[in-house]
Design a protein around this ligand. Structure first.
Ligand SMILES: [Zn+2]
Ligand SMILES: [Zn+2]
Length: 436
């Protein structure tokens, strides 16, 4: 190199500039691909101007800048910092540390050559910081169908729980809101229904409230459902045909002075009762529901919900394969133990998603067989033979804290794997919204 040429050292990880810049009569270019090489070249070639990338591999551009400006014999070396991130913090750090210019990438090579020329004429000064420009039409898509969803207002089984150990999954007993735009169906009035009643200003005039069965955890908060105190509303209560007591008698008893200050007959909304029969299909606007027996004490139903071209099974209380405590991987589809359950398997077959309980671990189930709830392993066989691709587990045991449930989810995944079932499995939580 001839000694009268100005030496410019370019330090960047890519060789983009190297390809574009050629020596001229006045400039000689040197290149370094990382911070270490850059420092070595500064020692060896004594550049007049350094053009460095901010995120230079191995040694950050700012560190090199600080080093040079600290050394008295190198203070005259000009420094242009290149950066692809127009952040105000980077800009001011570089300028405060006496960078001659902060060059935003990408840039045109002639512009860089102009900066170099200005530097050697003693005219180069940092331009003021240019904030990120807001585009005229930024990308901002909106999800479709925000008005069609299921919302879990209660995912706890048997009895409500509260406390710091339950904050993640929640402690309210079952209540499911089914929405298809203006259409609404509610399944169960566990403690979750209280918050549902508070959540909206406008409920449809007629509210269809379906019950899987009338155990306490599913009816408990009916008296706290706000719309029943509005005479404008008509509440239709649909319950499975009970073989012990009629639904109206059960609600009459629950809403008697001994248990609650407002009697059923004094509730302002018009309340009526309808039977929910097994195998029946009901349509409520854009929401369609079909019922099937669940394996649970008393008269209990599970549901198949058809909404916006999707079919979702919902079974909060269902002891699949009552009493079976063997390895689920050992039970094949033809096994006679499955005989009584084939109709339910068939019912759920074809569902896109099945929301189904698995209240007990196999260990819990050793002492709770016949209590009306499935072990994870037995519920997994329903998932397997109904060919379900997505399983949402609900009706969590009140004894299972958040930490227990997170461990239990691992057990679900282990058992699914043992049974060679490729299904995604998640645990429902209170106020979860499942958009369709
Ligand atoms: Zn229950
Ligand atoms: Zn029950």
């Amino acid at each position: 190199m001839s000694t009268d040429k100005k030496c410019i050292l370019i330090a960047e990880s890519s060789s983009e500039l190297q390809k574009k810049l050629r020596d001229t009569a006045i400039y000689h270019f040197e290149f370094a691909s990382d911070g270490k090489t850059c420092l070595e070249k500064i020692q060896n070639v004594h550049p007049d101007l350094l053009i460095i990338d901010l995120l230079l591999p191995k040694i950050h551009g700012i560190e090199i800048l600080k080093n040079l400006k600290k050394a008295p014999h190198r203070q005259k070396i000009g420094i242009i910092i290149m950066t692809g991130q127009p952040l105000i913090q980077n800009y001011y750090t570089a300028v405060d540390d006496q960078a001659d210019y902060v060059l935003e990438k990408p840039f045109q090579t002639p512009f860089l050559l102009t900066l170099i020329e200005q530097f050697f004429l003693g005219l180069l000064k940092p331009a003021s910081f240019k904030p990120i420009e807001k585009p005229a039409h930024p990308y901002n898509p909106q999800p479709e169908n925000l008005n069609t969803y299921l919302k879990f207002w209660g995912t706890r089984g048997s009895n409500p729980v509260s406390g710091h150990e339950y904050v993640r999954f929640g402690g309210n007993t079952p209540c499911l809101e089914i929405r298809a735009e203006e259409d609404l169906v509610i399944i169960d009035a566990g403690t979750g229904i209280r918050a549902l009643g508070e959540a909206y200003q406008d409920f449809p005039q007629t509210i269809n409230l379906l019950f899987s069965h009338t155990h306490w955890d599913h009816i408990l908060a009916f008296p706290f459902f706000k719309p029943i105190y509005n005479s404008h509303h008509e509440i239709i209560i649909w319950t499975p045909v009970n073989f012990e007591k009629k639904a109206e008698a059960i609600f009459n008893e629950m809403l008697s002075y001994a248990y609650f200050p407002v009697r059923l007959k004094d509730i302002p909304a018009k309340v009526s009762f309808k039977d929910l029969n097994e195998g029946e299909t009901l349509s409520f606007g854009k929401i369609k529901l079909t019922t099937h027996y669940a394996y649970h004490p008393g008269s209990t139903l599970c549901f198949k919900i058809s909404i916006a071209n999707k079919t979702i099974g919902y079974a909060t209380d269902n002891e699949f394969l009552i009493g079976y405590q063997g390895d689920p991987a050992h039970l094949n589809e033809q096994d006679s133990l499955l005989e009584d359950y084939r109709s339910q398997i068939h019912f759920f077959k074809g569902c896109d998603t099945l929301i189904h309980e698995a209240q007990y671990t196999p260990l819990d189930y050793q002492n709770k067989s016949g209590w009306g709830h499935s072990s994870i392993s037995n519920a997994t066989l329903l998932i397997k033979y109904a060919q379900i691709k997505e399983w949402i587990v609900t009706h969590h045991d009140p004894q299972h804290t958040d930490e227990d449930l997170l461990k239990k989810l691992l057990l679900h995944q282990q058992i699914l794997k043992d049974c060679q079932v490729n299904t995604t499995c998640t645990l429902a939580f209170d106020k979860q919204v499942y958009y369709i």
